[in-house]
Ligand binder design. Structure first.
Ligand SMILES: Cc1cc2nc3c(=O)[nH]c(=O)nc-3n(C[C@H](O)[C@H](O)[C@H](O)COP(=O)(O)OP(=O)(O)OC[C@H]3O[C@@H](n4cnc5c(N)ncnc54)[C@H](O)[C@@H]3O)c2cc1C
Length: 426
């Protein structure tokens, strides 16, 4: 199929962010082309991801039952010294193959041209250059992920801010042994075992039985540049050591940017979206909800007659503080050893309401009544105080700065960038 030569919106990447943007723009009547270097059926995430229902609702996406794995299930955050159980959270497991296919189909039905096996090589002003031809576009959206087209010459993400993650679903070949393993960890069937600190402060091994115990999902992540095994190595080891885990059904692995989103989300006629913009919730490397919500914000801003600058201002003012705040927490968290992680949980500093806020991608609310127990917990673990104090100062400063993200690109913007870099260097 040949590409249209001229469109309103040209989108690079047909993963969740790009396909969602294609859908929203096409629904507004724009002429849209969305290309991906992979075949469309292989674009984007190909494993099971946790997404908040709030993000799905905010993005206006209704998931068919076949794409999900039921309602949110209790999460057991386990460390050497204790555990925190989060029962009422908002995160559902989603088969990303189904979500990406749904968004691509909805985009096509709304009139977008979706084309796989088409690599973007660069841009010449308002012309997108691909290996299948050139497309002139009023707006170009780079939703091509972390290792994508880099149409705004985004700076590379430092290795200390890169999580190497893996997720796969396996058959369970010995159901009794699987249930015994969860029982030994004191996890009821279907609930989530999330072992923190398996390979450094920022790392997780997350295991859950699906389909009444016929399959098991294993999710892992770590920061290898800090000297730890990758998520893939952690996952492979878990499978090797547990004979009840059977054949792999589907899954994948990749790198996730954890740094706060780029200061600039747009320039000239190009906007960044999703992982390409580092719009990833840093506490656990979750980019699906952030990407689809940003896609909707971008389409509705331009659809209402706004500019790309309006999009980046609106995004930073609405979300920048939250993402930077959790980036501050993540940077502290990744310096911890298993003992400190355990202290954080066992002493009550990280309690179910804090953990839930992190899972739900919201700021924790600290009631007055919660202050005395937190103060008591900290008095028993004075080693945590300097780190926590630094994070709280960064959280406050990041929120203040994001709320006043400048509208114009003058000296005030340079000062803003310097200020933010002082709070959280990248
Ligand atoms: C193992 C793992 C587990 C994860 N778990 C979660 C989770 O539980 N919850 C969550 O929210 N997030 C999770 N994430 C992160 C999430 O998958 C990403 O944030 C999300 O996929 C980003 O979506 P995106 O559309 O921005 O980019 P991508 O999904 O990376 O899609 C980008 C697309 O652009 C295409 N592309 C790249 N370069 C070009 C080019 N030059 N020309 C044309 N096309 C190009 C690619 O082929 C790709 O299809 C996980 C990530 C991994 C690796």
């Amino acid at each position: 199929m040949s590409l249209p030569t001229s469109v309103d919106v040209a989108i690079v990447g047909a993963g969740t962010s790009g396909a969602a943007a294609a859908r929203y723009f096409a629904e507004q009547g724009a002429r849209v082309v969305c290309v991906d270097r992979r075949p469309l059926a292989e674009a984007g995430a190909r494993w099971v991801n946790g997404i908040t229902r709030t993000a799905m609702a905010e993005a206006g996406i209704e998931l068919p039952a076949s794409a999900g794995f039921g309602e949110p299930h209790p999460f057991h955050l386990v460390s050497d010294a204790g555990r925190v159980v989060v029962r009422d959270h908002d995160v559902i497991d989603v088969d990303m193959r189904a979500l990406v296919a749904l968004l691509q189909r909805q985009a096509q039905e709304a009139g977008a041209v979706m084309q796989g096996e088409t690599s973007v090589l660069g841009r010449d002003r308002d012309v997108l250059i691909t290996d299948q031809g050139r497309v002139r576009a009023r707006w170009i959206i780079d939703a091509s992920g972390l290792a994508g087209a880099r149409l705004l010459d985004q700076s590379a993400v430092g290795t200390a801010h890169l999580c190497a993650a893996a997720q796969a679903v396996f058959e369970v070949k010995d159901n009794e042994a699987a249930r015994a393993w969860f029982a030994a960890a004191d996890i009821p069937p279907g609930e989530v075992y999330a072992r923190l600190g398996v390979a450094g402060g920022f790392s997780v091994l997350n295991v859950r039985l699906h389909d009444g115990g016929h399959t098991v999902g294993v999710l892992t992540g770590s920061i290898p540049s800090l000297g730890f095994p990758s998520g893939k190595a952690i996952l492979d080891r878990f499978v090797r050591e547990h004979a009840w885990v059977g054949a792999r059904v589907f899954g994948g692995q990749g790198a996730i940017p954890l740094r706060r989103p780029y200061d600039r989300l747009a320039r000239d006629n190009v906007a960044l979206l999703g992982d390409a913009a580092c719009q990833v919730f840093p506490a656990h490397g979750s980019g699906i909800g952030a990407g689809i919500v940003a896609a909707r914000m971008l389409a509705s801003t331009l659809g209402a007659g706004g500019t790309l600058r309006d999009y980046e201002v609106a995004w930073h003012r609405r979300w920048g503080g939250l993402f930077a705040a959790y980036d501050a927490f993540r940077r502290w968290n990744q310096t911890m050893d298993p003992v400190q992680l355990g202290e954080l949980m066992a002493g009550g500093v990280l309690d179910p309401s804090f953990a839930r806020a992190g899972m739900d991608q919201t700021m924790p609310r600290l009631s007055l009544g919660a202050l005395p127990p937190k103060a008591r917990a900290l008095s028993k673990q004075p080693g945590l105080v300097p780190g926590l104090a630094r994070v709280m100062a960064q959280v406050g400063a990041a929120h203040l700065l994001s709320a006043v993200y400048p509208r114009s690109e003058n000296r005030r913007f340079s000062a803003w960038q310097l200020g933010m870099a002082r709070v959280l260097a990248v």
